[in-house]
Design a protein around this ligand. Structure first.
Ligand code: KG4
Ligand code: ZN
Length: 368
């Protein structure tokens, strides 16, 4: 087994502060491209934001300032290494909340300068996209469905640094739709797990909810209308009993899963036209919503029918963490892709800048 002092391994410290998790991790990459995690510390801030019903950017940035140094120290201690053994510090430079990004980026720049380390500015979406290389050793090309509280995208990952965005949401991210649905039904936050728990006891066929975007030629997503449909049903039934809530949750989950599956089917057709006919077919699902059992079961079905192998990183690495940032940093570093100390934080940073805007982009406030 390799050990931390194996000099052939590239050791990278990762820092993540783009939303409401403060995280630091140390990852090792061996010359043959295998990775392992030496430390992975994540501190969620949900308590600080609870009373406001969502993430408050100012509070998030302050909370990152207060605990990032401590969390970096904890990660280094757990990894059992000193800064001199690191090859680089990798940090999420976007997309995300600008205040939080600046906290992480400034800290990373200071560490890089003081300890004479390479600096790698990582795109948060690229970190999610490459996680499967760390957890399952899977190399591109593959089709990626990224479903989190902030993002809902379908990407063709051709190689490290080469992405084609096939689809994105024109309004809410899927996790956001779960959270809003939970809120309007009086369930706890984060909403996804609460909706899933309640929906297990429910009867989805009781309500006819829309399957947004189904049948559209481009694999984009929309979830705002679905959430509104749940609200209208809830208002018509008010006051809601436990069974009503369970049935609404089950119906929402089923509608969301069927909409996603329809979009993935379209993306698979596009991917089939672009991938080498002899290449193995892989569908990777990442982001917090990948934990949803109904969605996973539906995706397993659609993947199997299309001859795609389904890969889902373990939940702790699907949700926001710094191990994925360190890993993406290591992948860039070994290709010689490092950044200067003047690299900026970017609130918006699309992985595929050439992608055409989705229908409704801007007008409906779609995510990058
Ligand atoms: O990836 P993540 O931790 O953070 C973001 O980058 O947004 O994703 C969090 C999102 C939340 O919206 C949460 O409600 C959702 O993932 N989520 C779920 C489940 N577990 C977490 N959604 C549906 N079903 C779940 N079991
Ligand atoms: Zn994320």
């Amino acid at each position: 087994m390799a050990i931390a002092s194996d000099t052939r391994e590239t050791l990278v410290l990762g820092i993540e502060t783009s939303c409401d998790e403060t995280a630091a991790a140390v990852v090792a990459r061996s010359p043959d491209g295998h990775g392992r995690i030496l430390a992975n510390i994540v501190r969620a801030q949900w308590e600080q934001h609870r009373r406001y019903g969502g993430v408050v950017p100012e509070i998030a940035a302050r909370a990152h300032v207060e605990c990032l140094d401590e969390i970096v120290g904890e990660a280094m201690r757990e990894a059992g290494i000193g800064f001199a053994e690191l090859a680089a510090v990798a940090v999420t430079a976007g997309p995300g909340l600008i205040g939080g990004l600046l906290v992480g980026l400034t800290t990373a720049k200071a560490l890089a300068m003081v300890h004479r380390l390479a600096l790698v500015a990582v795109n948060h979406l690229e970190a999610h996209a490459l996680t499967v290389g760390l957890t399952q050793g899977l190399r591109p090309p593959y089709l990626l469905l990224l479903v989190s509280g902030g993002h809902t995208q379908l990407l063709l990952v051709r190689d490290v640094g080469r992405y084609r965005r096939l689809g994105t949401t024109i309004d809410d991210a899927l996790g956001e739709a779960f959270d809003k649905t939970a809120k309007l039904l009086g369930l706890s936050q984060p909403g996804g797990p609460a909706v899933e728990r309640s929906g297990m006891k429910g009867h989805p066929e009781r309500f006819a909810l829309p399957r947004p975007m189904s049948g559209r030629a481009e694999p984009h997503f929309s979830f705002a209308g679905l959430k509104t449909a749940v609200r209208q049903q809830a208002q018509a039934l008010a006051p809601l009993g436990k069974e009503d809530v369970a049935d609404l949750c089950a119906a929402f989950e089923l509608a969301a899963a069927e909409s996603v599956v329809d979009r993935v089917r379209v993306a698979i057709e596009i991917a089939n036209g672009e991938l080498d006919p002899l290449a193995h077919r892989h569908l990777v699902v990442s982001g917090g919503v990948a934990a949803n059992r109904r969605l996973r079961a539906s995706l397993a079905e659609v993947a199997a029918r299309a001859g795609y192998a389904l890969h889902v990183p373990p939940p702790a690495l699907c949700t926001d963490n710094a191990a994925m940032v360190a890993w993406a940093g290591a992948e860039r570093l070994v290709r010689g892709w490092t950044d200067g100390l003047d690299v900026p934080a970017r609130a918006r940073w699309p992985l595929d800048p050439d992608a055409a805007p989705a229908l409704g982009f801007g007008r409906l406030g779609a995510k990058a």
